[in-house]
Design a binder for this molecule. Structure first.
Ligand code: HEM
Length: 401
């Protein structure tokens, strides 16, 4: 492998890091924390090709370094690189079996039926934000509880569990903690508890529906149901909270763009797509594995190596988005970003994420037309993670002083 590019989980500017990565080539040797090596896909064209290449598979059985025991047991990203048996660890017919049930629940038509619920939760949270003001952390009071309440509602999670779930996932997505095994064990215990509860007393929620479904290839085992729930809960809130937080930050840093959106001349859906492109909530997605040697241009990914998709680098690729790729520009058309994935593993929750953000953002700026950052943009602190673009908090002032 060439001298690797080191990805820093504490990078304050992940976009700048993405630019360096992209400049290094379309497929770049990288080193992650703990000395773990991988290849990063950094450009749009390479991602479109490699995300549909059946030689890159999701089963960690193909990860040579892991199979040889070279990946430290307490590696902070182990739960993301080697998750339980679900749609994110499988390909082909097994992937279709595990994904079908979930994908059915999130079709655009089904999701559209949730609009009144999304509007109702948004309105209630805006009241809560108003009560928390005049200065409040938009992330904690608004951007986090919105997706969490909705995914919790779909899955039938009691509200008193939401804070616990948030804490577990913040630990899980951290790239620097060494207690990852304990976090994974706690997450597993939590989701296995849900599975046992719903097997004993099914309800009208998505967990009960998943357990009841008897797909071709058999119903979900407890381990599959638990791993699937872990993925849905993680993806269902940790990404959307960052989409909303990052979009608000981008708009406040670009008052001209905010004015365009507020005037109705540019639809809020364009704001959401541009925010997804400019600051992808999923910054670096772990992992695919080369089942055979895979050549892309001059890079050869040897069989057994791990591959990460740097949505961070891909989102601002000038070859796809033109010379202004670095600019936040909601009038850009069409956006055609890959921040919700591409190919067979493309995000099945995309309609829900888009619905939540296109309801939340205009409602927020309608309710608080004077919304402003309470501290300087440069003082905002990123979370210590290289897998999501996430701020620790987004302190805002709700009204002009
Ligand atoms: C997969 C991003 C919201 C569920 C993905 C992938 C991306 C992504 C990039 C593909 C990863 C890859 O294989 O390279 C996002 C973003 C979201 C979001 C940016 C919000 C802004 C959601 C929501 C749900 C969800 C709300 C569920 C309710 C999933 C699942 C997968 C996935 C289950 C795995 C699909 C598979 O492996 O077949 N997401 N997602 N996501 N997402 Fe999302």
């Amino acid at each position: 492998m060439d001298t690797p590019f080191v990805i820093d989980p504490l990078a304050r500017d992940s976009a700048a890091e993405g630019a360096l990565l992209r400049a290094a080539g379309p497929v770049v040797a990288v080193e992650l924390m703990g000395g773990v090596r991988a290849w990063a896909v950094t450009r749009d064209a390479a991602a479109r090709e490699l995300l549909t290449d059946p030689r890159l598979v999701k089963d960690a059985g193909h990860w040579a370094a892991y199979q040889r025991g070279e990946v430290p047991a307490d590696w902070p990203l182990i739960g993301l690189a080697v998750p339980g048996p679900s749609m994110v660890t499988t390909d082909g017919p097994e992937h279709r079996r595990l994904r079908a049930l979930v994908a059915q629940a999130f079709t655009p038509r089904r999701v559209e039926l949730m609009r009144p619920k999304v509007e109702q939760v948004t309105a209630a949270l805006l009241d809560r934000l108003a009560a928390a003001g005049p200065v409040a952390d938009l992330k904690t009071v608004f951007a986090f509880p919105l997706p969490m309440t909705l995914i919790g509602w779909l899955l039938g999670l009691p509200e008193q569990d939401h804070a616990y779930v948030r804490e577990l996932y913040e630990r899980f997505f951290s790239s620097v903690r060494s207690d990852v095994r304990a976090t994974i064990a706690a997450l597993n215990a939590f989701v296995l508890g849900l599975v046992a509860q719903r097997r004993a007393a099914p309800g009208a929620d998505l967990i009960s529906a998943l357990l009841a479904a008897d797909t071709e290839g058999g119903a979900l085992t407890d381990a599959e149901a638990a791993a699937t729930l872990r993925v849905i809960i993680a993806a269902g809130h940790e990404t959307t909270v960052n989409l909303i937080t990052n979009a608000v930050r981008a708009l406040l840093a670009h008052p001209d763009q905010l004015a365009l959106a507020r005037s109705g001349r540019v639809p809020w859906s364009a704001v959401v797509e541009e925010s997804l492109r400019w600051t992808p909530p999923t910054s670096n997605f772990l992992f695919r594995f080369a089942a055979e040697d895979v050549t892309y241009e001059t890079s050869v990914i040897p069989r057994g190596d791990a591959v990460l998709i740097s949505y961070n680098a891909i989102g601002r690729d000038p070859a796809r988005h033109g010379a202004t790729a670095e600019l936040f520009d909601i009038t850009r058309e069409p956006t055609r970003h890959l921040s919700l994935g591409y190919g067979p593993h493309v995000c099945p929750g995309a309609p829900l994420a888009r619905l939540e953000a296109t309801v939340a953002l205009p409602a927020l700026f309608r309710r608080f037309p004077e919304l402003a950052l309470a501290i300087g943009d440069g003082e905002l602190r990123p979370n210590p993670t290289m897998v999501v673009n996430s701020l620790r908090e987004l302190p805002v002032r709700l009204e002009r002083r």
